[in-house]
Design a protein around this ligand. Structure first.
Ligand code: ADE
Length: 216
């Protein structure tokens, strides 16, 4: 899956994409990450990308021309790709969204807004707008990383344990939370591993896990 990120701060992604499973996914050729620096599409000698809002108000907005030029370049690289825009105004991003994007298999172009927002007219070039939670961040980079992480880990060949995806939390969005798990030692500072997990009865273990999985 080709994943192109349009951002003013590509260096923010280095640690997240350069380690662990996201790095492995690109090393194995399952995901391919690339960056388009919005500044390169800035206007005039100062490569301006932002401007004051019509109607007044605090802060600066990303101008439409550089954003649309960057999206069009990304589209040239991957004409079928879906254009995603992280924004508090978007639909709530859930596990089912990540699953659908991973199953769809089309490339992703993720536009990361900065400053106080973007000119609304760019949404004409956007396929999906997502909000990752009811809080406001300083830009779209962290939401973009969350989308990338949650989608790439679902691509075939990325995770080791094949059924680990089936047992984990949020299979049906917020209905099922993964059961608690334990490893050695059996007694940690007086806190014991639940007896049922030690007795080797698979049916009992499965039933205990099913009960624990229910959202309290
Ligand atoms: N940009 C700023 N806050 C955001 C949020 N909660 N979700 C998506 N994009 C955002």
């Amino acid at each position: 899956m080709k994943i192109q990120v349009i951002t003013l701060f590509p260096e923010m992604f280095e640690g997240v994409l350069g380690n662990s499973m996201l790095w492995k996914a690109s090393d194995r050729g399952i995901a391919e990450y690339s960056f388009i620096n919005l500044r390169e599409f800035g206007l005039g000698p100062r490569r301006q990308v932002d401007d004051t809002p019509y109607g007044g108000g605090d802060g600066m907005l990303l101008k439409p021309e550089p954003l649309v030029a960057a999206i069009e370049q990304a589209k040239q690289n991957d004409p079928d790709a879906l254009v995603l825009l992280p924004t508090p105004r978007g639909e709530v991003y859930k596990q089912s969204t990540a699953k659908a994007l991973a199953a769809d298999g089309r490339g992703l172009i993720i536009v990361c807004p900065r400053y106080e927002g973007y000119d609304e007219r760019v949404t004409k070039w956007v396929d999906r707008q997502y909000c990752i939670g009811n809080y406001v961040l300083t830009g779209g980079e962290l939401p973009a990383m969350i989308v990338i992480d949650s989608v790439v880990r679902l691509l075939p060949g990325v995770l080791g344990g094949e059924n680990s995806i089936d047992i984990e939390s949020f299979q049906d969005d917020d209905e099922n939370i993964e059961f608690p798990q334990y490893t050695r030692p059996e007694d940690f500072q007086g806190m014991k591993v639940p007896e049922v997990l030690l007795n080797g009865h698979h049916a009992e273990i499965a039933s205990w896990r099913a009960t624990q999985s229910k959202k309290s």
